[in-house]
Structure formats: C-alpha cells, structure tokens
Design a binder for this molecule. Structure first.
Ligand code: GZL
Length: 362
C-alpha cells in the first residue's frame, strides 16, 4: 500500500540480485535450486497504478521437504494472490537458515508491507526481527516457533508438545488394549532445532519416561522420506529384534521407514510386529493409515494462511491481533486402533480414517 515505483524497481533489482545468489527462477513459476528460490509476482515489477493497490508480503518458507510443506506453501500462495489484493514475494529457503535470514533482509530492502516467516530453527532471530521492527514492517510467524525473540506481531501454528503427548498417551492406551507390556521404541526425529522436532520429542518422551518405556535411539531424519529410510535402514541393523515401536516425526519419514522395514522383512502397522506412529496426517499419510501400515497419525495442520490473513486484516483496520493463534488438530486411526486416552486429564477424540476423511484432507 505504501510502495513507490522506486520501491517496485528496487524489489525487481533485489529479486534479480537474489536470483543471482540463489539460482534462477522465472517470475511466474518458482524452481528449487541448491540454496533458495525466489518467486516474484509479476505485478510487483509492473509500474501500473494497480500495483499500488496491492498489499505486499514477503514470505520466507522453510523449504520443500515434505507433503506438509507443499500444502503450507499452497495455502499461502492461494490466499495471498494478486486477485485477492496481494503481491506475494515467496522464497523457498531450502532448509538453509542463512538463506532464510537473507530472504527476510531482502524483504526489508523491498520495504514490503508484511513479512511472513516459517522459521527453520527456533533461535538466531532477534537481530533480524529488530531490523524488521526498526523498518516498521510487522512480522507474522507461522507453524514453527521462535524462542529467542518476541519481536513479531502474531504466531499461527500448532502445539507440537501436545502432538507428542497425544502420540504417547495413545500408545499407552493402545498397548494396554493389545496386552503389550514392554515398549522399546526408536524415534526418527525431524530437523534438529526445529520447534516441531523439539516439541514432539519432549511430549512423547515425557509419556515414555512416566511409563518406563525404553528409548533405544533418536536420530534426525530432516522430515524427509530419504532421511526416514536411511535412518530406519541403520536402525534395522543396529536394533534388529530389539524394537516394537517406531516414532516418525512426519509422514514422509514414515514412508521412508516403511520402505526400509519392507526391505528388512520387518512387519509393521496394525497387523505387524512393529507399531508405526507418524505425525502430520497428510493425505498420503492417511492413505497408509487406511492400509493398516501407519498405526496412528497425529495431525499438524498446515493451512495457516486464512488465519494469517485475518491477522493482516486486523492490522490494516488499525486493530491489535492475537499474539498466538492455535490451529485445530485431529488424531487419526482405523477403528481397530481407536482407543480412549486423555492429555493432562482432558479426554481426547480420535477421528476414524474413512474414504471421505482422506478425500477432505490436505
Ligand atoms: C510442523 C512442520 C513440520 C512438519 C513436517 O509444523 O514444521 O515441517 O511436521 C515439515 O512435515 O517438514
């Protein structure tokens, strides 16, 4: 709303400069390069009067590592479209924290109206958020959290520790229902230092410790299918015959773990020797729940953009948005694995995976 032609030309210059540093990307489509990807909406280089009517937004996204991430990116690009009145500068930071800080600084140079950040890791943010504050640009954090600064207007996301607690409490109830008295588990964690990894590990391990379960190992699978497969291949060798539960901190890691266990001749899921727990509950994950391969899937909702837009609309109207906005999440299983459990005394409802539920998922 406050952009001048000079700012638009500067944005175009910055975008070209970033592309030189991060690899190529056309205006209308974004390709992923080794470092990061920039997609400039063509309107932002257009000197027509209409570009002055658009709210300019810079979005520094984690990367493109998972189905969840794809849905998160699409949610933002669908909501913050030119036809909806926005000029979105999108940077895929390819899981590179330095590239993400560089992207935020480029948005400051472009003097955008708002900056959206999904922080790859939860620390190292106070300096650049101070720069955003000094530039008078409101920052909205989505999904993962920032632990070393509160210099942002709002955060929209999930309670990752609650997701971990839910998985732990479900396993306790499910194991009891199956007469399983001993739990020896392996964790394939998400990217080390990501608040999603920290919270899910903290929540699940809290239940494990309270119930005397044996944690054999936890390694970083980076939230990718390749990461899940390579770690599970190592686990199958190192812990052969010693584990009966695998906890994957997202569905893509679970897909990789499934391949590794198939190759090792290890059965898993509702009819197998190993209980397989996953997080995200993306469409493909729920399809594996329906196939009885993933025993239970704990949702993390990626569709934050509509809630972010409400924050921006509040700010545009001169109001004060909520500092924290929590997304609704569901815990999914087939009937055979739906058990009653509570989190901190609050009874939880499980959602049965049906064709309709899968069709409606993200
Ligand atoms: C969690 C999100 C995580 C997902 C993964 O909110 O940050 O990152 O669980 C994604 O699929 O890679």
């Amino acid at each position: 709303m406050k952009k001048k032609l000079l700012g638009v030309l500067l944005a175009a210059t910055m975008a070209v400069g970033m592309l030189a540093g991060c690899g190529s990307s056309s205006d209308s489509s974004s390709e992923t390069t080794d470092d990061a990807t920039t997609t400039e909406d063509t309107a932002s280089t257009d000197d027509s009067a209409s570009s002055g009517d658009l709210i300019t937004i810079g979005f520094a996204q984690v990367g493109h590592e998972s189905d969840w991430r794809t849905a998160s990116t699409k949610s933002c690009q669908d909501v913050f479209s030119e036809e909806n009145g926005y000029d979105l500068s999108f940077v895929d930071c390819d899981n590179d924290s330095a590239a993400q800080l560089e992207a935020v600084r480029s948005f400051i140079e472009q003097d955008v109206d708002y900056i959206i950040i999904d922080p790859i890791v939860s620390t190292g943010w106070d300096t650049v958020l101070t720069e955003c504050e000094d530039a008078g640009i409101p920052v909205i954090v989505i999904d993962r959290t920032i632990e070393d600064s509160d210099k942002y207007t709002s955060w929209v996301g999930s309670n990752f520790k609650t997701e971990g607690l839910a998985a732990g409490e479900w396993l306790k109830a499910y194991a009891e229902s199956k007469g399983i008295s001993e739990i020896n588990y392996l964790t394939i964690a998400g990217s080390t230092g990501a608040s999603a990894q920290i919270g899910r590990t903290e929540g699940f391990d809290e239940i494990a410790e309270a119930n005397g379960w044996n944690k054999l190992d936890e390694q970083d699978g980076d939230f990718t299918e390749d990461g899940g497969q390579s770690i599970m291949e190592s686990y199958c060798k190192s812990y052969e015959g010693k584990f009966n539960v695998v906890v994957c901190q997202n569905d893509n890691e679970a897909f990789g773990a499934m391949t590794a266990m198939d190759n090792a001749g290890i059965t898993y899921g509702l009819d197998g020797d190993v209980i397989l727990i996953s997080f995200d509950a993306c469409t493909a994950g729920l399809e594996q729940v329906a196939a009885r391969k993933i025993s239970a899937d704990f949702e993390c909702n990626p569709l934050a953009a509509p809630f972010v837009e409400e924050v921006i609309k509040t700010l545009e109207e001169g109001g004060t948005p909520e500092k924290e906005v929590y997304m609704e999440e569901h815990w999914f299983a087939l009937t055979d694995a739906m058990v009653d459990f509570s989190i901190d005394g609050e009874a939880q409802t499980m959602t049965e995976v049906t064709d309709e539920v899968i069709e409606a998922q993200y």
